[in-house]
Design a protein around this ligand. Structure first.
Ligand SMILES: Nc1nc2c(ncn2[C@@H]2O[C@H](COP(=O)(O)OP(=O)(O)OP(=O)(O)O)[C@@H](O)[C@H]2O)c(=O)[nH]1
Ligand SMILES: [Mg+2]
Length: 393
């Protein structure tokens, strides 16, 4: 997988910008004694925002961009001038990207639509300049607010492809062959296991110009949940599918047993996968005669629709498409296409303006108490070259 272009997992360190400090400047001009405080406000730090982009198919573009840092807000200046805001950083992601906290594993959000923006980290607010704090009793406040701090967060982005039908089967079951016969996708096909190393999507055209999307994923073997074969990591690409098409080759010892193993592995990965609508296709039916088919039919599992198909002769393919189309469009399945993302079921989907997933601590409002700070305290806390104080006052 190392040199593959199908990147569906990246970890990035994000940091929003610090808010700029408010200025503690005093107006000074010839013949203007006691010009008064005129320090401006600091600028806001840059936000970190995720944006869905339907032209992206993988997270490859983020593979070598492990840090995304927004810039800091600038400090306020003399004459009540505002500091410049920091620059926001927008991370473009493919549709179907889910975001987790890299440290806790908590699910944070998902991006499911083109152009959808999810605000991840809020940039620190800028501090207020000293002129805000002038009162009748303290006309020369020597303090201004500092900017809010930046927020740093490591996040994991995981891509979960969006499809209508997901193919589930052991290696060599004929999954890729089916996809290649009913869609324009050209997945690699061969008679050895694990030909398919990465998921691919194909658009299957149905009657009257209608179509649906089918996802071919690498084969699953018994023990995949413990990491055998390619493991189960690709199963997340069928988590959002409305229907799962189980594919078992006709030449297996027991179709029912194979089906049960597949189902068990799926449950191990995410129990909700077994709530999805399922169809079982017995593949390579061209190798069977009618007598054999009749015999096999008796042993098929009876808790789901089953049919015999052959990608070589086209047997059962039309019926399969009809069945899939019905299932995809059944109301019950439309509701079920949403699935809980492990490990948390809390959705922090952010849709309102200025609603960030991570926010800086609010500025403390104990400015009054700072009246008795010594100059040294102020210097320690806030002093920087862009703010200045008229020390004669
Ligand atoms: N006779 C017959 N052979 C088939 C049929 N479908 C697929 N095959 C053969 O089965 C073998 C495996 O097919 P693939 O489509 O690569 O199987 P897969 O399920 O994608 O396998 P992995 O990618 O390894 O998980 C190939 O040699 C195909 O030619 C079919 O309907 N009839
Ligand atoms: Mg394949």
């Amino acid at each position: 997988m190392a040199d593959s272009n199908f990147i569906d997992y990246v970890k990035i360190l994000c940091r929003s910008g610090k808010g700029g400090a408010g200025s503690r400047h005093f107006h000074r001009a010839k013949y203007v004694p006691k010009g008064g405080p005129d320090g401006g406000d600091g600028g806001r730090g840059g936000h970190i925002i995720l944006r869905g982009n339907r032209n992206l198919w993988t997270l490859l573009h983020l593979r070598y961009q492990r840090h995304v840092f927004a810039t800091n807000g600038e400090s306020g200046g003399a004459g009540r001038s505002f500091g410049r805001d920091g620059e926001d950083r927008i991370i473009e992601v493919p549709i179907g990207t889910t975001v987790f906290d890299a440290d806790t594993g908590e699910f944070l959000c998902e991006v499911t639509e083109d152009g959808q923006e999810v605000k991840l980290l809020r940039g620190g607010k800028g501090g207020l300049g000293n002129w805000h704090f002038a009162t009748s009793t303290n006309r020369a406040p020597r303090y201004a607010q500092p900017g809010q701090p930046a927020i740093e967060k490591a996040v994991v982005l995981e891509l979960k492809l969006l499809g209508d039908v997901g193919l589930v089967g052991f290696p060599n079951a004929g999954k890729s062959t089916l996809l290649s016969t009913i869609s324009a996708a050209k997945p690699k096909i061969a008679d050895y296991p694990f030909t398919t190393m990465e998921p691919s999507l194909g658009i299957v055209s149905y009657r009257d110009g209608k179509s649906f999307v089918m996802a071919d994923i690498p084969g699953i073997i018994e023990g995949a949940s413990e990491g055998r074969g390619l493991g189960l990591r690709f199963l997340r690409h069928i988590e959002r599918n409305a229907v799962l098409l189980f594919m078992v080759s006709a030449d297996t010892d027991s179709i029912k047993h194979d089906y049960e193993v597949l189902l068990r592995e799926l449950r191990e990965f995410n129990p909700e996968l077994s709530d999805k609508s399922r169809i079982l296709a017995v593949t390579k039916a061209d190798m069977l005669d009618d007598e054999l088919k009749e015999e096999l039919s008796k042993e098929l599992p009876d808790d789901l629709p089953t049919l015999f198909i052959s990608s070589v002769t086209g047997e059962g393919i039309t019926e399969l498409k009809d069945l899939l189309w019905r299932e995809i469009n059944s109301e019950q399945n439309m509701v079920q296409t949403t699935i809980t993302h492990r490990p948390l079921d809390v959705r922090h989907r952010v849709e309102e303006e200025d609603n960030f997933i991570f926010e800086a601590e609010p500025l403390d409002d104990d400015e009054e108490s700072r009246d008795d700070w010594s100059d040294e305290d102020w210097n320690d806390e806030f002093w920087n070259e862009e703010t200045s104080v008229n020390k004669d006052k």
